[in-house]
Ligand binder design. Sequence first.
Ligand code: SME
Length: 158
Amino acid sequence: MERDYSDVSKRVLALSAGETDTVALMATMACELFHSDDRFDWVGFYRVVEPGLLKIGPYQGGHGCLVIPFDKGVCGAAARTGTTQIVPDVEAFPGHIACSGSTRSEIVLPVFAGEALIGVLDIDSDQADAFDEADRQALETLLQQVFSMAHLPEEIIA
Ligand code: SME
């Protein structure tokens, strides 16, 4: 199925033009993505706050768990490996962390500022097998465009 990210990408890039603060960029991207596609029931970021540890960042949807170590969940897998995780059936993913009982599938992408991993972008869907290669490519491209100029957060520099 053709996924059209052109409109939401244009909006995100226009809204975030010139911005370098990672939280502001995350909040803008989470808001616009959440409202752009009826597959997306939760959209949010988890931030690298110290080596091996993620903490919740800006998100839209029901409450998300606050802390995820790199050795836990789909988010931990994306952070640990530095690669996008497409999960067609969350029940089949060993160690999936269920923030909502209605989530059926998920995509989680690493977020880089230059070479530094600064977090992950997590999108959950109540639809089974909602994400594919087209989502991965479009979201990875948009993340690179938005965060390539971002300043490293204090916790990453420290
Ligand atoms: N499902 C994620 C946890 C984050 S909640 O879905 C917002 C995981 O398994 O890492």
